[in-house]
Design a protein around this ligand. Structure first.
Ligand code: S0N
Length: 275
């Protein structure tokens, strides 16, 4: 494994995640190895802050999501704080705020790689699914446990899973609550590549660096397009927002605003009507 110096991203008071960067890559690490990196409302709130920062930071091209240690990526919601109405945080309020993180990963206009270094179970399994790419170590284990432990994710965790592995397999995964090896997950199309644990980070960084050589806007548009096909109005909004952003770069769009401020009729005739 290559040694690289991940630099802490300053300005946050995070207790349950690590937030670092290297060469344009941000790395978010769920840091609760004692609990197989299960998330509490605080963990997911911290993840939300980190993803929001990644969205704004133009020096970041790719985000890697992983778990601390060599046993787990994430084992889902922390059962110790699961109460009525959701996972209960330090403020006594029950929340399901991992759903916000799912949406953030989905709509982040940059690729997100799940670096799965062990168990990806329950809500942790859904988190890896939400990432654009999954690279797993040979010891990784995948599965849903909901119907066994009194929970379920009938949102992306069900429908997007089915889009990836097919309806029959998705139903098996949820109804049977079995665990699957990294190789099986790769065969099902949930994992892009399986490598040895000591190769895992190098592999993810290589994929990230390759993507950062590609056109960022092209990556953004293709991600939005792939989402739009599945995400209904929300997906169309994302793709349409990108189209508007590009339109605002054109003189044609500037002419409309200029004309309004100069209190004259806009002259759109000069712009081409391409076939
Ligand atoms: C991950 C497993 C398979 C690892 O097994 P292993 O290696 O044998 O370790 P253990 O001895 O079992 O675990 C070591 C210690 O870690 C604790 N621990 C593990 N997982 C959790 C957890 N999820 N919560 C709290 N603690 C956990 C163990 O208790 C143990 O501690 P000690 O040493 O004190 O005994 C195995 O651990 C396992 O099966 N874990 C449970 C996995 C699971 O069922 N997770 C699902 C939880 N539910 C969800 O994720 C809900 C879905 C969801 O997030 C969601 C969906 C839609 C809308 C909202 C939500 C939402 O809930 O937010």
């Amino acid at each position: 494994m290559e040694t690289r110096e991940w630099k802490k991203i300053e300005g946050f008071d995070f207790n349950e995640i690590l937030f670092e960067e290297y060469n344009g890559i941000a790395k978010i690490t769920i840091n609760r190895p004692r609990y197989r990196n299960a998330f509490t409302p605080r963990t997911t709130w911290e993840m939300s802050q980190a993803f929001a920062w990644c969205r704004e930071a133009s020096r970041i091209g790719v985000v890697i999501l992983t778990g601390a240690g060599d046993k787990a990526f994430c084992s889902g919601g922390d059962m110790n704080v699961k109460g009525r109405g959701g996972y209960v945080g330090e403020d006594g309020v029950p929340r399901l705020n991992v759903l916000d993180v799912q949406k953030q990963i989905r709509s982040l206009p940059k690729p997100v790689i799940a670096m799965v270094n062990g168990f990806a179970i329950g809500g942790g399994h859904v988190l890896h699914l939400m990432c654009d790419l999954t690279i797993a170590s040979e010891n990784a284990v995948f599965g849903q446990t909901g119907p066994k432990v009194g929970s379920f994710d009938a949102g992306f965790g069900a429908s997007y899973l089915a889009r990836i592995v097919g309806q029959k397999k998705a139903r098996e995964i949820w109804f049977m609550c079995r665990q699957y090896s990294a190789e099986e997950a790769e065969r099902m199309g949930m994992v892009n590549k399986v490598v040895t644990l000591d190769r895992l980070e190098d592999e993810c960084v290589e994929w990230a660096e390759t993507m950062m050589e590609r056109s960022p806007l092209a990556l953004r548009m293709i991600k939005a397009g792939l989402n739009a096909e599945l995400d209904g109005q929300a997906g169309i909004q994302e793709l349409a927002g990108d189209a508007t952003m590009l339109y605002y770069f054109l003189d044609e769009a500037q002419e409309g605003g200029r004309a309004f401020l100069e209190k004259r009729k806009p002259d759109f005739k000069k712009y081409p009507k391409l076939p």
